[in-house]
Design a protein around this ligand. Structure first.
Ligand code: SF4
Length: 277
């Protein structure tokens, strides 16, 4: 039974989009959008193709085409689609940092989708030479944080000013006389924020800690199908225009990929027999 899956998204270009790159839209396809890519100034106009690949046989278990430029909102939907396609009660889904989104991880809870997504480092504290969130250890039993000085930060009564789902933990006395304060905060006292559903992220991090090879498996698994599909599709990738047609085109590519893969795994004769049987 397939249960370990790798989720990945890649940007595939629309034909004629090159002319329109600077305007970030396609002049010929009203549904194509500018997609975020890793290189600065290299945005591609096209579609975001999501695939969930089984880590053992490299078969594409589920796929989707969207014109949403980032992967942040894809985890729960794609995880659920892959779970349904495999028929497994629970699937393990390995994905890169681009999928890190607390709300999406929360949406997977109790739905048979177990995500493994490394945390995105958004805090500028490390660059400024200050302690980062990893330096504050959460103690769930006592609902408090242990700080690098060995003091405890406890939950304040008032939540964040802007988000009412964030608690603040602080120590109103220890910080005032702490020798480590220059490395800790530029404020009067350190305030450690915690999302009300942070426990789901803590559980995911614990799973990642227990599977240190997760991101190596992820990399090794997605290169094969995306590399093969893109090579087949040629440099401009899609031949059709508009989202619905591009979805159909992609489905045919995935079907062809899976059939070739199955032939490689089983051989033609046994596969024909299995299909007939
Ligand atoms: S400044 Fe406060 S939170 Fe930071 S290390 Fe010192 S006591 Fe702990």
């Amino acid at each position: 039974m397939l249960s370990k899956l790798v989720l990945s998204g890649d940007v595939l270009e629309e034909p004629d989009a090159e002319d329109a790159r600077t305007k970030k839209l396609s002049l010929t396809d009203p549904d194509a959008r500018s997609m975020a890519t890793s290189g600065k100034g290299t945005g591609i106009v096209g579609y975001n193709v999501q695939i969930a690949v089984d880590a053992e046989h490299h078969l594409v278990v589920a796929h989707e085409v969207t014109n949403v430029g980032a992967d942040r909102s894809q985890l729960a939907a794609m995880g659920g689609k892959a779970r349904d396609a495999t028929g497994c009660e629970e699937v393990t889904v390995l994905a890169d940092r681009g999928y890190y989104n607390g709300e999406e991880v929360l949406a997977c809870e109790g739905k048979g989708v177990l995500p493994y997504v490394p945390k995105t480092q958004t805090s500028g504290n490390a660059k400024r030479g200050l302690f980062t969130v990893q330096d504050f250890i959460y103690d769930a039993e006592n609902d408090r944080y242990a700080c690098p000085a060995g003091e405890f930060l406890t939950k304040g009564k008032i939540r964040s000013d802007r988000r009412d789902d964030m608690d603040h933990y602080r120590n109103l006395t220890a910080c005032l006389t702490c020798g480590l304060k220059p490395q800790c905060t530029t404020d009067k006292v350190k305030r450690q924020k915690r999302w009300e559903h942070e426990a789901v992220l803590d559980r995911m991090q614990a799973r990642l800690d227990r599977m240190p090879e997760a991101m190596i498996i992820r990399r090794q698994t997605v290169e094969h199908p995306f590399g093969t599909l893109k090579a087949w599709m040629g440099s401009t990738h899609f031949l059709t225009k508009t989202l619905e047609k591009v979805k159909t085109e992609m489905s045919l590519h995935v079907l062809a990929y899976n059939m070739k893969r199955m032939i490689n795994i089983f051989g033609v004769k046994p596969l024909m027999q299995a299909i007939a049987g």
